[in-house]
Design a protein around this ligand. Structure first.
Ligand code: AMP
Ligand code: MN
Ligand code: MN
Ligand code: MN
Length: 277
């Protein structure tokens, strides 16, 4: 039987709702046979996920989704098949955790100035040992009835340029690609259409990504329609990148995005998993 891949999802180690164990079990129930756990800037969920995957009888591909900066833009780079113990990668995640905590303090200050107190304590509690993300702030704003949807939290407070937005310089994109590659992994540009880039910026980005050693691009994600898949497939062909498929699953309460429920990779695109060893 061919594998059913889902190469992008989140657990409670970052902003996912399910523990690594529950996530792997759900993936198995949804017919996924090869799952990459790709939490934001952390590998902390991988040990637990590996145990659960062995128990469920599915393949776990150790992954990460690194927050990176390039030309003042924030880009997400997924690493697949990484060695989570590779020291430079470990060190990078530790630095990113500190950066995320400092950013969280600043976001909370901005909310406090808007007469919304208590955010820092709430997001720390919600994230636990995991990475604090803007999703945690969105959940807090929702729980306090300041907004009525997650989207509204981003539109009014947390999104770029909004009142509680804190501009952050993340890891340099080329450095991040190096950490992934040198740890034995494959660097993949996540959800390329979510950055609102013009075609000429996209081409500049893909040239820089490839130059730095990037090898794949997410051609199929949980949210793309067939036109979007065609658009990204054309970029993959033009820049000779392999194609990845990943749902970017976060939460079972999002009825639009489920683990493993993905369109097939277009036939002319070389699958990223052919690079896995
Ligand atoms: P961060 O990496 O802390 O900036 O948080 C980014 C996370 O927030 C993403 O991975 C998404 O899970 C979530 N997110 C970003 N933008 C939106 C949005 N417009 N609506 C809902 N969730 C979002
Ligand atoms: Mn997220
Ligand atoms: Mn992302
Ligand atoms: Mn993601």
């Amino acid at each position: 039987m061919p594998e059913n891949y889902d190469l992008h999802c989140h657990s409670t180690a970052s902003d996912g709702a399910l523990s690594p164990t529950a996530l792997v079990q759900r993936a198995h129930e949804q017919g996924v046979t090869a799952l990459a756990l790709t939490d934001h800037d952390t590998v902390a969920g991988l040990d637990e996920a590996r145990l659960a995957a062995t128990a469920a009888g599915i393949h776990l591909i150790p992954g990460i989704e690194l927050s990176t900066s390039w030309q003042n833009k924030c880009l997400h780079i997924v690493g697949l098949g990484i060695d989570p113990d590779y020291p430079p990668l470990r060190e990078a995640t530790q630095n990113l955790q500190i950066m995320r905590m400092e950013r969280a303090e600043k976001i909370a200050d901005k909310l406090e100035k808007k007469r919304i107190p208590g955010a820092l304590e709430a997001v720390k509690k919600a994230a636990g040992e995991g990475m604090i993300t803007r999703s945690h702030f969105a959940d807090f704003l929702l729980s306090q009835f300041h907004v009525s949807t997650q989207q509204e939290a981003f539109d009014r407070y947390l999104g770029a340029g909004k009142s509680a937005f804190v501009a952050t310089t993340w890891s340099d994109m080329a450095l991040a690609i190096n950490w992934i590659t040198e740890s034995g992994g494959v660097a993949v540009l996540a959800h390329p259409l979510r950055y609102n880039l013009t075609a000429s910026w996209m081409k500049r980005l893909l040239a820089a990504f490839k130059e730095a050693g990037g090898l794949g691009i997410e051609v199929v994600t949980g949210r793309y329609n067939s036109d979007e898949i065609k658009t990204v497939a054309a970029y993959a062909t033009r820049f000779e990148l392999t194609g990845s498929v990943g749902s970017d699953f976060h939460n079972p309460s999002n009825q639009w995005i489920e683990l493993g429920r993905l369109a097939p990779l277009p036939e002319n695109i070389k699958p990223v998993w052919e690079l896995f060893n």
